[in-house]
Design a protein around this ligand. Structure first.
Ligand code: FES
Length: 119
């Protein structure tokens, strides 16, 4: 299935995890097609973002999740990223991480990945 998002980028829907395997309030690292993705559940909402800090490429999934502010924090130097948008909201990181579009069924989480060959 090919979906176009608001940026007109073509994406593919790929099964990522069973819903029951997504931890509540902490991040799980998942690797798929060479991408590292941090996945978490906060109450009934699920978030998936790029797992590499844009400051110095440390794994964000090793850092804490703020379930009130909906952020993930880099354990190395403390940069925080919005789980909804991927925006870097505190220094020293200034560039965003990818916030992935998701879909769920009762049992599975699907993620929209860029079409191979697109940005
Ligand atoms: S490596 Fe993440 S804030 Fe420096």
């Amino acid at each position: 299935m090919v979906v176009r998002n608001s940026n007109e980028t073509s994406t593919r829907k790929v099964q990522l995890l069973d819903i029951d395997d997504i931890p509540e309030g902490k991040a799980k690292r998942v690797e798929i097609e060479g991408l590292r993705i941090a996945v978490t559940r906060i109450n009934e909402d699920i978030y998936a973002v790029g797992d590499m800090c844009t400051h110095a490429n440390y794994a964000l999934s090793d850092g804490p999740i703020d379930t009130e502010e909906l952020t993930i924090e880099c354990w190395k130097h403390g940069a925080q990223f919005c789980l909804k948008t991927g925006e870097a909201i505190s220094l020293p990181a200034t560039r965003p991480i990818t916030a992935y579009q998701l879909e769920t069924t009762q049992t599975s989480l699907f993620i929209h990945l860029p079409e191979k060959g697109s940005a």
